[in-house]
Ligand binder design. Structure first.
Ligand code: BG6
Length: 300
């Protein structure tokens, strides 16, 4: 892997800058007149996104680890090649190995619409031996303008099928979980993973307790309505027919070492996924892209 200085020589321009952060992680900032984002190469983890002149859209825990082998709590963890627990080996870490592996920058520059882009790659040579699987090329393409676009592109380079589940596990910065609502999932079936029961969503989602829901058969945009911050956050997606909505509430927050006891008030996860019946199998040479586009608008 190249050093931060070498990445700067290869990919930096006036809008792309690699640096080592206060935790010693190699990071990159994309900054243009429309917006600013930062990523850690550890996990290809998007740590912040701030459209110019606005508040941060993504939330980061003050208790997060920033250490090799541990996921970062907040921002957008990239969950691959499994979402949640591993389907057959409970010793393997939650949400796959992509978020605890160090990715490699492969391209950066400017799009025709003025957005700044960066591409990172994860290949079998970059993952720990315990996670070895069929040959693959996974790319993360990030585009920053007044919107943030994140695409996880999975390419099955092996001669066998590649089965996986995945999430762009986005943590949003909100004024208070008890004052927001989420629209866009009315009438959709969902699994309540806390009770392992199936339901149909009636109207908008609001929050009064721990929430861990997997919505199925939905390609729709979700909107987080946040009157406290006078804004709505629009979460659109491509290549996904499932959406996860999560907030740990107080008791679970207290059980999580990397999550502050009261931080559940400030965040909600609306995750763009390929989960449950939306898990994917790619034939040899097949490719799939899971993409989320995040933007905010003033509201009320
Ligand atoms: C969500 C899951 O996607 O991620 C929850 O639906 C889980 O069940 C949460 O608790 C956080 O997972 P982790 O592994 O980052 O603690």
């Amino acid at each position: 892997m190249l050093t931060v200085q070498e990445f700067n020589q290869e990919f930096a321009n006036s809008e792309i800058h690699f640096y080592t952060d206060s935790h010693g992680l190699a990071c990159v900032e994309l900054n243009n007149p429309m917006g600013k984002a930062s990523l850690a190469l550890h996990g290809a983890h998007i740590m912040s996104f701030i459209p110019k002149g606005q508040e941060a859209l993504l939330w980061m825990s003050e208790k997060s680890y920033f250490e090799a082998g541990k996921p970062i709590r907040g921002g957008i963890p990239i969950c691959w090649s499994w979402f949640g627990g591993h389907p057959c080996d409970s010793d393997l870490p939650s949400h796959g190995f992509a978020r605890i592996s160090v990715w490699e920058p492969i391209a950066g520059g400017n799009c025709a619409d003025g957005a700044t882009f960066l591409e990172l790659a994860l290949t079998p040579g970059l993952i720990a031996n315990e996670f070895k699987t069929n040959d693959f090329l996974v790319k993360l393409r990030v585009e920053v303008s007044e919107k943030l676009s994140v695409a996880l592109i999975i390419d099955n380079c092996s001669d066998k099928d590649l089965s996986y589940s995945a999430a762009l596990h986005s943590y949003f910065n909100i004024s208070d979980i008890e004052n927001i609502t989420i629209s866009g999932l009315d009438g959709k079936p969902f699994i309540d993973t806390l009770s392992d029961t199936n339901h149909i969503q009636q109207g908008d989602i609001s929050f009064v307790a721990e929430t861990d829901l997997i919505y199925l058969d939905t390609e729709d945009t979700c909107i987080i309505h946040d009157p406290g911050f006078k804004r709505k956050i629009k979460v659109s997606k491509v290549g996904s027919r499932s959406t996860v909505v999560w907030n740990p509430w107080d008791a679970k927050a207290q059980r999580m070492p990397d999550f502050g006891d009261n931080e559940f008030h400030e965040m909600v996860c609306v995750e763009t996924t390929n989960a449950e019946s939306d898990a994917r199998t790619l034939a040899p040479n097949e490719c799939h892209s899971l993409q989320v586009i995040i933007e905010s608008e003033t509201e009320g």
